[in-house]
Design a protein around this ligand. Structure first.
Ligand code: ADP
Length: 249
């Protein structure tokens, strides 16, 4: 199977050439289409740096990053912006526009804005994720869980193949966390590729692959064959003790 994402000797340095701060790499990994991948590691291990590279929000210092057959590490700013519009991104703190209502926020994720077709799709997504009664509500008055569901609809409005999530349940209480987990499971079941930075253990049973980072390097990788099973797998190769640190990043 051709991987949908392939990183080769990928690295990111901050600082200057003379005094580089090594944030990530060099790392190598592959993700196949439809896989649900978790990126785990303690604060400062390079998770956000990696997610930013994958989502085209930052550029690698060295290495190749092939996504859907294109090396995005070589993209111009214009191509990178086009790439960003082709994927979905979900953030911990939703990143909604506070003066717009639910459907207006969702349509912000669509190329052609408020076209009839986009509005229809936005309404279908709102219905699917139980926020259709909030269509005209200003997002300021929504609960955290509802806000995250709006952000998920916005990420899905253009039907991307890949969804990147940065701590999507990090700001939610356990009830809302459960709902968002269930929604992400549905999205994964629909065949989309999900790559997620998280501190929540609740995602482990849903994942096909876990990439563990420490000091910018991959220290371990687990692959599972239990996709979509409802319970935590009994295989002993899940190492909860290592990177599952509940401190906020
Ligand atoms: P995590 O998301 O796992 O907490 P980060 O990817 O944010 O880790 O950071 C990895 C390392 O890179 C840390 O040592 C951090 O201090 C450093 N770093 C991240 N962003 C910058 C930046 N813009 N400038 C300098 N150093 C940075």
């Amino acid at each position: 199977m051709t991987p949908i994402i392939k990183a080769t000797n990928l690295s990111k340095h901050y600082g200057t050439k003379k005094n580089p701060i090594k944030a990530l790499g060099p790392i190598n990994f592959e993700i196949n289409k439809g896989e649900f991948t978790l990126i785990l590691g303690k604060s400062g291990s390079g998770k956000s740096t990696l997610l930013n590279l994958l989502a085209g929000l930052d550029k690698a210092t060295n290495g190749d990053l092939i996504i859907e057959n294109n090396d995005i590490s070589k993209f111009s700013a214009r191509k990178l912006s086009k790439y960003r519009a082709s994927i979905g991104i979900i953030f911990q703190f939703y990143n909604l526009l506070p003066n717009l209502n639910t459907i207006e926020n969702i349509l912000m994720g669509a190329w052609a804005g408020g076209s009839k077709a986009n509005k229809t799709r936005a309404r279908e997504l709102m219905k699917q994720f139980g926020i259709d009664h909030r269509e005209k509500s200003n997002v300021k008055i929504l609960s955290g869980g509802e806000k995250q569901r709006v952000a998920i609809c916005r990420a899905l409005i253009s039907d991307p193949d890949i969804l990147f999530c940065d701590e999507p349940t990090g700001a939610l209480d356990s009830n809302n966390e459960r709902q968002v987990i269930e929604i992400l499971k549905q999205i994964s079941d629909s065949g989309k590729t999900i790559i997620m930075v998280t501190h929540s253990k609740e995602f482990t049973p849903l994942s096909d692959k876990i990439i563990y980072l420490r000091d910018g390097l991959i220290v371990d990788q687990n692959e599972f064959e239990h996709k979509n099973q409802p319970t935590v797998p009994t295989t002993s190769n899940i190492n909860y003790s290592m990177p599952l640190n509940n401190n906020a990043v």
